[in-house]
Design a protein around this ligand. Structure first.
Ligand code: DX5
Ligand code: ZN
Length: 217
């Protein structure tokens, strides 16, 4: 079954991000996943637009920017200008979600909505038409290296069914957090189209093996 693999550079050496992105590109990544954290929406801080603009120079792969920040609508154009191809905001961080995802699409990027593990998929139903992807968090966002929350598989299956039944087959489901070679097959069978992985790829003997282990034969 076809799945795209999006390595998270959160697990890379931040002092050598350009090289990490080049190595992931050569190793067969489909997408580069970039985790943006503000120390408010999540209890951790990472990077912002200047760093994304810098890594943009090192790959032609799509940059998938996962905004774990409060008030993301204030920064959409900054991230787009820095080179983001896909911009995902958290449902829990947006009072005016419809407006924010419209801004993302108007900027020319693909629009994604992320759901924390405790957020119900039912809340998506009025915005199917406005989104390109749903990001199912399979850990509580903020840190790499956490354990996969197994109920996420059921959530992916529920979302896939809701989307397909409503005529939105082209909306992709991305899963992020604790993704490994052992849970990847179940996620893809449930309907995931993009798998994000940090620790499982960076701890593999080679990046190529880590990426390949997530693809379903
Ligand atoms: C967590 C981030 C993830 C993280 C995944 O808040 O959104 O993208 O980097 O890392 P692993 O695969 O180590 O759980
Ligand atoms: Zn992420």
């Amino acid at each position: 079954m076809f799945v795209q693999v999006a390595p998270s550079i959160l697990s890379a050496n931040f002092a050598a991000l350009g090289r990490a992105v080049e190595e992931l590109t050569t190793a067969g990544a489909d997408i580069i996943h970039v985790d943006v954290m503000d120390g408010r929406f999540v209890p951790n801080l990472t990077i912002g637009p200047p760093v994304i603009a810098a890594i943009r120079e090192h790959t032609n792969l799509p940059l998938d920017v996962h905004l774990m920040i409060e008030e993301p609508s204030r920064y959409i154009s900054d991230y787009r200008k820095a080179g983001a191809d896909m911009i995902t905001v958290h449902m829990e961080a947006c009072t005016h979600l419809h407006r924010t995802i419209t801004m993302i699409r108007d900027s020319g990027a693909e629009a994604g909505v992320a759901l924390n593990p405790a957020t119900s998929e039912e809340t998506l139903k009025y915005i199917y038409e406005e989104i390109d992807l749903v990001l199912v968090m399979s850990v509580n966002p903020g840190f790499g290296g956490q354990s996969f929350i197994s109920s996420s598989v059921r959530k992916v299956a529920n979302i896939r069914k809701l989307l397909n039944d409503s005529g939105y087959r082209s909306v992709r489901i991305e899963v992020d957090g604790g993704v490994t070679a052992s849970n990847a097959p179940n996620l893809v069978t449930a309907g995931a189209g993009i798998l994000v992985a940090g620790s499982s790829i960076f701890s593999a003997p080679t990046l190529n093996e880590g990426i390949r282990s997530l693809r379903i034969k």
